[in-house]
Write a protein that binds this ligand. Sequence first.
Ligand code: GLY
Length: 566
Amino acid sequence: MKQHRFSFIPGFLFILSLIYPANQSPVYSKHGMVVSGSRWASEAGIEILKKGGNAVDAAAAIGFALAVTYPQAGNIGGGGFMVAYTSKGESFTLDFREKAPEAAYREMYLDENGEVIENLSLFSPLAVGVPGSVDGFLKAWRDYGSGKISRREILAPAIRLAARGFPITYRFAGFLNDRREFFERDDGARSIFVRKDGRPWKAGDRLVQKDLARTLKRISRLGRDGFYTGKVAELIEKEIREGNGIMTARDLARYESKYRAPVTGTFRDLEILSMGPPSSGGALLIQMLNMLEYFRLDTLGWNSADYIHLLTEVERRAYADRAEHMGDPDYWDVPLEMLTSKTYAKSRIQDISFSRATPSSEVSAGDPTAYESRETTHFSVVDRFGNAVSVTTTLNTSFGCGIVVEGAGFFLNNEMDDFSAKPGVPNVFGLVGKEANSIQPGKRPLSSMSPTIVLKNGAPFMILGSPGGATIITTVLQCILNVVVHRMDIQEAVSAPRIHSQWLPDVIMTEPRSISKDSERILVSRGHTLAPYRWGYIGQANGILIGKDGFYGGADPRGENAAVGY
Ligand code: GLY
């Protein structure tokens, strides 16, 4: 009998340990570079580049490999976004975000009193959005791959890793052991992620995923039909139906990823290309950079009281706009022009004072009528031909809704929690939303994922992104500022301790060692509230800097991220 006991889960588990920044140099290479959440996946990407594939081919192979070696967020049961700049000087973004099933409706997570039912949008079959990753990876490979790498070759590393298994690290073993209770709530998850003999995982154990290997082989043979129709689709539908969920095989068959125009802006002499709606990431990143451009940032020390004060003031204004104005552009008119306009940014900073924090209760969203005209994973890839690809994918929280599709071997997402279940009620990341992000059939929930490419003199200069829910955007922002303003190399930039704020709650969230006691005192005296970030670390940024002489990879030491070049 199928077992799901998610209603009893008190919350979800995230990595609590903070890994302090390592003192190491960027990884250098001349021909290609991959930085991802798993060494195995980075090596899969390099394997494809060495065969003559381009960065898009490699990105597809990395995406599938992460579904095996980084099952907490790498996925075929979730979704994500790709931002790319090609050697021909073109850019594109691909939206393979999950969609609400056709039977979804606005009040689906509310009880008879109109209150949000705890955990229903997180840990139940109703939490699952229609997955987009398989369609996205294959579409990007088909349309922008080199043409030299077959689908079979794209899937081969992932199939090998799933079928033969891979030796797990000390850290990953601990991570699985910490989540044992979570896995035991689902038969499919238990059968893969709890050791058969009941003992704890240890470093060097092989994690073999036979069912997942079979699913990947189907995709290799049949393309998207190997996932969205036939046997795998039947297994997904059965899994969802048994738990009284609403996603159907018809939803799967109808899923399509979508090319969208990148959201663009400038910061000093740099061009920013990032992901537009249904992600809020790119627009907010550009809006915050626009606001910051009006200040003399170079006179403020890294993470000084004035610097953190300014970041916080800018962040609260941008996140207030996110809550009001941002949602799936197929369903909501997002005022993108306003949000990314330098004039709007200027109007937004007029009431920033360095002597006093603006209470978030005094900050509301801008008026567009005046402007008509914890767990995700990021990887960055560059090749020797001049292509650059930035991809962020997610199941939402770690291991998604916790349900593994039995017989198919992969976790399903809980992305429906990224919708606003009820106006003003925060989601798992504390983000509030309104009508723009309400639930509708076929709609994509608003994301914060911010895969980004920074151009200098018209060519890719920095490729980066991060997991971290609401903190993704401020993580990417701080990494860019670390390089451009604080002159850090890419390794220092992704490693440096971070802070985060997001309008509501009105608090500066901190990593250990991100703020000195002196600065903390000054910030409190101005009216700020500070608190350690509740999940310990903020983001896991993976970036590449392109220099005159080659590629520099920076892998975030907060996880098992790995920069591999050749
Ligand atoms: N699931 C987190 C995000 O998309 O922002």
